[in-house]
Design a protein around this ligand. Structure first.
Ligand SMILES: Nc1ncnc2c1ncn2[C@@H]1O[C@H](COP(=O)(O)OP(=O)(O)O)[C@@H](O)[C@H]1O
Ligand SMILES: [Mg+2]
Length: 314
């Protein structure tokens, strides 16, 4: 794997942070740190992100930041903005793409400008709006989601209109704005997008079959509650289409370096984009390392590819 960043560079692997995903981020960060050490970047340090991160980065004299943060402040443009101000080139998406993709409403608004990207029918409900009126054209079941949470927090599958109000009140605990989306019966797949030699490409497609009705918090984080099929069991044409849509979605939202695009493929074969994750998990058992490995990209190669994409806004 070619490297473009000097092995002598001082690199901060950013982990932990102020989100509900801090613990997962520490595991992602440790994995990336160990890989960077093996790759010969001996001046790499694991840096825990807290409210003193600006001082830590300045006083530490870091030349690059490797972003292993997930969720609020780490994946939503905040840390990216700080790194821009400090002029420390960082891995992954920039301020704008991070902010857009953290919000499922704005992601869908941007993706809807491309006719080749199928999106499930949905409405966005702002605080105080009349949900009954707003959802009158939606077919049930639907799924209710806080617009900028992860890990399936605050989400409910709603089978009938009678159950909508209580599902909405669960979602609105997390964010004022709630996305109510038609439920797609089918298979869940997720695809990584990486960049090499200035060109974006999709990884292999991972299919996840949760034992629950959908990939909820329990199915995501309880060993044995989901089955992983890699590469996904899709036709050649659908595989090609899903990969093309992933790269298109990554580019339309202005992503850089790395992302992971989630899909629900309906039983009649339509791949609906559900969301884009701009700082995918990098633990030993995370999706992106598995998707990469099956196409011959080892964990260390993956970390090198992501590091090579480090930069600042131009
Ligand atoms: N429209 C939908 N139809 C069916 N299942 C869905 C739909 N949207 C989300 N899901 C299920 O919920 C899971 C989490 O949804 P997602 O939007 O990716 O939120 P998160 O940011 O929490 O991962 C998905 O992996 C999928 O299993
Ligand atoms: Mg998801």
């Amino acid at each position: 794997m070619s490297e473009i960043i000097s092995k002598e560079s001082k690199i901060a692997v950013l982990c932990g942070g102020l989100s509900s995903e801090a613990e997962v981020s520490r595991r992602s960060g440790k994995g990336c740190y160990d890989a960077l050490q093996r790759l010969g970047y001996k001046n790499t340090e694991l840096v825990e992100v807290d409210q003193n991160i600006g001082t830590k980065l300045k006083q530490g004299g870091f030349e690059y930041a490797y972003n292993a943060l997930h969720g609020k402040y780490g994946e939503d443009g905040c840390i990216q903005g700080l790194l821009e101000i400090l002029q420390i080139p960082y891995t992954g998406c920039g301020v704008m793409a991070s902010a857009i993709c953290m919000n499922k409403e704005y992601t869908k608004k941007i993706l809807s400008t491309c006719k080749d990207i199928p999106l499930a029918k949905s409405v966005f409900v702002r605080k105080g709006e009349d949900i009954t009126e707003m959802t009158k054209d939606l077919k049930f079941p639907v799924i209710t989601k806080p617009v900028s949470e992860g890990s399936s927090f605050g989400m409910t599958k709603v089978n009938s209109r009678q159950e909508l109000a209580s599902a909405y009140s669960d979602a609105v605990k997390y964010n004022d704005d709630v996305l109510i989306e038609e439920f797609i019966d089918g298979v869940f797949v997720t695809v990584g997008v990486l960049e090499k030699d200035g060109k974006n490409f999709a990884t292999e497609i991972l299919e996840i079959r949760p034992k629950n009705e959908w990939y909820d918090f329990e199915a995501k984080y309880t060993p044995g509650m989901s089955e992983f099929i890699l590469p996904a069991n899709l036709s050649k044409e659908l595989t090609k289409q899903v990969k093309e849509i992933s790269v298109k979605a990554h580019e339309l939202t202005g992503c850089r370096g790395v992302s992971r695009v989630d899909f629900m493929i309906s039983n009649d074969g339509i791949p609906y984009v559900i969301e884009i994750n701009t700082s995918p998990g990098m633990t030993a058992t995370s999706d992106l390392p598995a998707q990469s490995k099956v196409m011959g990209i080892s964990y260390d190669d993956l970390v090198q590819i992501i590091l090579n994409g480090a930069g600042l806004n131009k």
